[in-house]
Design a protein around this ligand. Structure first.
Ligand SMILES: *Cc1c(COP(=O)(O)O)cnc(C)c1O
Length: 485
């Protein structure tokens, strides 16, 4: 089990961090203290947040360097600033590792986050499918040559564009055309959901919706859907209606990199454009990237300055290190263990009477319907936290409690798998979760009606669970041997 966790020289890392913290403490000791406290908190926490992970010391140390000091707008070998040779090296390496890791024709590693990667992708599709033909017709060679009148025409054209994505309560993401995000203002949006009986994606329903709605962009990908998606089918649907297929693999990039999702379930050969974060199941630095087919490469590479500021060279360097780690055979073992562990967690929960959306999982996450415990997601999340278990509440399909209180809790395995948890530890975790939720009840508000936020946990169970959770994490230390004292 230990080989799923990247090995590192603990003595060297301890010296590095001790020295770094003493240098920081000379200027603002409270920041040094917070960094130290965060390590203690992460070490003590039974973290089931599906979008979080632990990057290796090599990845983390790469970020704390003077590469951060460099402006490098442009692309490798073609910069608007002098002296970018070392940034060229790290960006070139990150892109090369990404192409090799995912088998992608093109990789753009500048996006600062997952949201930025999506924005780059959306503008690239607009540029490639709408702007370029419009420019060609107008005899204009470059966006910079557009007149104000051209822009007005363009804006009008953009306003009519449509995006079809997975609905939020089925597990889709805000950046897939929803109003609180710019994507919901750039595009007219429509959603596809999941089958009300099975909770599974219904591809015939997606096809019917796509035929009716005729989107420019068909979005696939999710933050809270516990199953694989057939991207070959999604591409067929996109082709049938003339849409560009954009797959947002922010959550499951690690499972693609680790070759758990292959064939029809690997988005890279099927999508025109793939967007991702690097810090979730992929276990890299906090950031984003875009992979694409050659016809979208030029437009994707215009991400900066179209929607991004100067690239973050220190983070691109850390992406190169993380992608190099993910190309090692051990990473495939990690990715498979993440999924095996999610299955163990799901089975452990089901066996103890919990209800799971779709009845199980095929990826790194489990969506637990807590209404069978008589709780809202908000109450369940808080009760679990009181008992030392860190999760996040999440809407379930057709959620009667809306997006704020919700009726679900999302549980993920990437972080604890990095610590070396296996099936037995996740089964024990399932036992703890069910024990806490079955000893939690909603309490009434002042006027006597049932509250969606207030709750009471049996104090004995909370104490006992906190101790059990602490025992579990203590047996699987985070960054073993790393010592700041
Ligand atoms: C997490 C996530 C994002 C956003 O990533 P940030 O780095 O937080 O901007 C985008 N899309 C999906 C599907 C995600 O799960």
């Amino acid at each position: 089990m230990t080989d799923v966790t990247p090995a590192f020289d603990a003595t060297a890392a301890s010296t590095a961090y001790r020295s770094a913290l003493s240098v920081i403490a000379e200027v603002e000791p409270r920041v040094a203290d917070a960094i130290g406290a965060e390590l203690a908190d992460q070490r003590a926490s039974l973290k089931l947040i599906a979008s979080e992970n632990y990057a290796s010391p090599a990845v983390l140390l790469t970020m704390g360097t003077w590469l951060s000091d460099k402006y490098a707008e442009g692309t490798v070998g073609h910069r608007f600033y002098a002296g970018c040779q070392n940034v060229d090296t790290v960006e070139g390496l990150a892109a090369e590792h990404a192409r090799e890791l995912f088998g992608a024709p093109h990789a753009y590693v500048q996006p600062h986050s997952g949201i930025d990667a999506n924005l780059v992708a959306f503008w690239a599709v607009l540029a490639q499918r709408i702007e370029s033909p419009a420019l060609e017709r107008a005899g204009v060679r470059h966006v910079n040559d557009l007149t104000d009148e051209d822009w007005a025409t363009l804006r009008h054209a953009l306003g009519d564009q449509r995006m079809l994505g997975m609905s939020l309560d089925a597990g889709g993401h805000l950046t897939h055309g929803f109003r609180p995000n710019i994507s919901g203002k750039m595009f007219a949006q429509s959603s596809y959901g999941t089958d009300p009986e099975t909770g599974l994606l219904d591809y015939d329903a997606v096809r019917a919706r796509a035929r009716e709605f005729r989107p420019l962009i068909l979005m696939a990908g999710y933050s809270a859907y516990p199953r694989r998606v057939d991207f070959a089918k999604m591409r067929e649907i996109a082709d049938e209606v003339g849409a560009t297929l954009v797959v947002d693999m922010a959550h499951f990039a690690g499972l693609v990199a680790g070759k758990v999702f292959t064939g029809d379930f690997d988005p890279v050969p099927h999508a025109h454009v793939v967007t991702s974060t690097s810090h979730k199941s992929l276990r890299g630095p906090r950031g984003g990237f875009v992979l694409c087919q050659p016809e979208y490469a030029d437009a994707v590479d215009r991400g900066c300055p179209m929607v991004l500021g100067g690239p973050l060279p220190h983070v691109m360097a850390a992406k190169a290190v993380a992608f190099a780690e993910a190309r090692r055979p051990q990473f495939a073992g990690y990715a498979q263990t993440v999924v095996d562990n999610a299955v163990a967690l799901a089975e452990g929960l089901s066996r103890r009477g919990a209800r799971l959306v779709t009845g199980g999982t095929e990826n790194h996450l489990v969506l637990l319907d807590v209404s069978t415990f008589g709780l809202t997601g908000r109450q369940a999340e808080s009760a679990l936290l009181d008992a030392g278990i860190v999760t996040n509440r999440n809407a379930i399909p057709a959620d009667p409690n809306g997006a704020w209180y919700t009726s679900g809790v999302r549980l993920g395995t990437p972080a604890l798998t990095t610590r070396g948890f296996g099936a037995a530890e996740f089964d024990r975790t399932a036992e703890l979760v069910v024990d806490v939720l079955s000893h939690t009840s909603p309490t009434a508000t002042r006027d006597g009606s049932p509250s969606k936020a207030k709750y009471a946990v049996d104090g004995g169970v909370a104490d006992k669970t906190r101790a059990a959770a602490a025992e579990l994490v203590a047996a699987h230390p985070l960054y073993p041997g790393l010592d700041l004292a």
